[in-house]
Design a protein around this ligand. Structure first.
Ligand code: NAD
Length: 493
């Protein structure tokens, strides 16, 4: 409690309004940051904004704590509890940061310009323009991969943004209420209550677990007529779910799902989606294929990431990116290969790590340290150049003073921390699997601890509450948990 109050007090103490911040200074370099996700926000958090003219561009004017997004699909957590307004983040900075709510549509690497477009509902006279930069950080993330499978975009729900979670939440209740409609046929009722998740990565697994919880803890009680037909199925093309977890946790998850009555269909690849059915292909142990048509009411598509068009376009302008397929290839300082003044962080960059929040946030923090140190070095070097010029013209008395100043600056320069290449430190992986159980692969003293169950679930809860962006977010998430525990989840559409 003391820690919580202390932290809250400190946060309030740090609050500034934009009028109290240092003004934009045209003599400084312009640093443009694209995105307000894990990479961009962790960079902003640690960046000394007084060293640059910082401009943030993103169509989303908030940071979203994505690890808890699956909980928003069933109303365990309200989406606003995991959103932090970007304006709130920026007002804590010492110098003003400009924010434009817009999508970057093109980066002209030669001209050093970003073209932006305001795609919000309300538009002013100007809705597209360009922003020049000296330094650019691309942290635009990725979009949902569909692998060109017909019908996926039209008929399924993704789980990346707040709007996706809201859509799923509505759709679950729509399916439940339509299935309960008078004179609904038994087949149609069964179809409507078949909730299918495609993709057995952490997103698919966590959502399937949350949905089954919703059914067991609330829906079953409030809408008893759906009890016999409500069913969750998880479809995965590979032989098992959660490939990034250790074998024992994969087995643990698959067994837990069996106990929770969630069906897992592995080695099953979805090939086509219509408005009411999924066509999939199952690979038998002898390698032969079997076609299957699966009727569904809700389809959640969680098969990972693909490149955004703006990133693809940038890559096409840079010959050094020719062989890169999964994202912007970067060097050990996160500089985009083939450029000198563009850096990339998070899911749009490839630095040999999985596209996770943990990687993105460490990359963002690294860039902040790098930029802070670059700025300090540049300031000291500029002072040194000025003093050297003065020294050449000075009288012998003045020379001694100038020499002393030069020596002091050189000492300062040596003290500026030299930043080594980016190194990722993997803390582990965590996933909620439903029924108050979670799995965790934690890196500990160069070893690995694998654990699964209810204690791990409490660890998962406390780790995620701690990782929430702000004290406000933490308090809201805790309240949401208490609220849904006491009153149940809200089953309105
Ligand atoms: P993912 O890439 O981890 O998993 C997608 C799965 O979909 C794969 O296993 C793939 O085999 C399967 N798939 C692809 N096409 C298919 C098809 N046509 N039919 C059936 N299955 C198909 O995706 P994700 O879960 O969205 O995660 C994306 C990234 O974010 C990953 O790096 C993940 O580690 C990270 N993440 C981590 C957490 C966590 O640690 N709790 C949570 C969410 C996401």
């Amino acid at each position: 409690v003391i820690g919580f109050l202390g932290y809250t007090g400190y946060t309030i103490y740090l609050l500034r309004t934009p009028s109290e911040q240092e003004e934009v200074d045209a003599s400084k370099k312009t640093l443009v940051i694209l995105g307000t996700g894990w990479g961009a926000v962790s960079l902003l958090k640690k960046l000394d904004t007084e060293n640059y003219n910082v401009i943030v561009i993103s169509p989303r004017n908030f940071f979203l704590f994505t690890p808890l997004l699956p909980s928003c699909t069933t109303g365990t957590i309200e989406h606003r509890s995991i959103m932090e307004p970007i304006r709130n983040i920026l007002r804590h900075k010492k110098a003003q940061v400009k924010y434009y709510e817009a999508e970057a549509t093109k980066i002209d690497h030669q001209k050093k310009v970003v073209y932006i477009n305001d795609d919000s509902e309300i538009k002013g006279d100007t809705s597209s323009t360009e922003v020049p930069y000296d330094m650019l950080v691309v942290g635009v993330g990725a979009e949902n991969a569909t692998f060109g499978i017909p019908g996926v975009r039209e008929h399924s729900c993704f789980l990346k943004e707040v709007a996706d979670a809201q859509r799923i939440r509505k759709r679950i209740m729509d399916c439940v209420e339509t299935a309960s409609f008078k004179d609904q046929s038994p087949e149609e009722r069964k179809r409507l209550l078949h909730m299918v998740v495609v993709g057995g990565g952490p997103t698919g697994v966590e959502f399937a677990g949350e949905l089954q919880d919703f059914f067991e803890q609330d829906l079953k009680k409030w809408v008893p007529e759906i009890v016999d037909n409500f069913h969750v199925t998880l479809i995965e093309a590979l032989p098992n779910v959660l490939p990034m977890f250790s074998k024992q946790l994969i087995d643990y998850t698959e067994n837990a799902f069996k106990e929770e009555s969630i069906t897992i269909k592995t080695k099953t690849m979805v090939k086509n989606v219509t408005d009411k059915t999924i066509e999939a292909e199952f690979t038998r142990p002898d390698g032969t294929k079997e076609k299957e048509v699966i009727p569904y009411g809700l389809l959640v598509w969680a098969t990972g990431n693909t490149l955004r068009p703006v990133v693809k376009d940038l890559m096409s302008q840079i010959p050094a990116q020719k062989d890169s397929r999964r994202g912007l290839a970067v060097n050990e300082y996160l500089v985009v290969n083939g450029t000198e003044n563009i850096w990339a962080v998070g899911d749009c960059a490839i630095a040999n790590y999985a596209p996770t929040a943990q990687v993105a946030s460490q990359e963002g923090a690294f860039l902040a340290r790098l930029f802070n140190s670059l700025a300090k070095t540049e300031t000291i070097n500029a002072e040194l150049a000025k003093l050297s010029a003065e020294q050449a013209k000075a009288t012998s008395d003045e020379r001694t003073r100038i020499l002393n100043n030069i020596k002091a600056l050189q000492r300062q320069l040596r003290r500026v921390k030299q930043i080594g290449p980016f190194e990722y430190s993997h803390q582990g992986s965590l996933a909620y699997i439903g029924h108050d159980k979670a799995v965790a692969d934690i890196t500990w003293l160069s070893g690995n601890i694998a654990s699964g169950g209810t204690i791990t679930y409490w660890f998962w809860k406390s780790a995620y509450v701690n990782m929430c962006f702000s004290t406000r977010n933490r308090a809201l998430v805790l309240l949401d948990w208490v609220k849904s525990y006491i009153f149940g989840r809200d089953v309105s559409r």
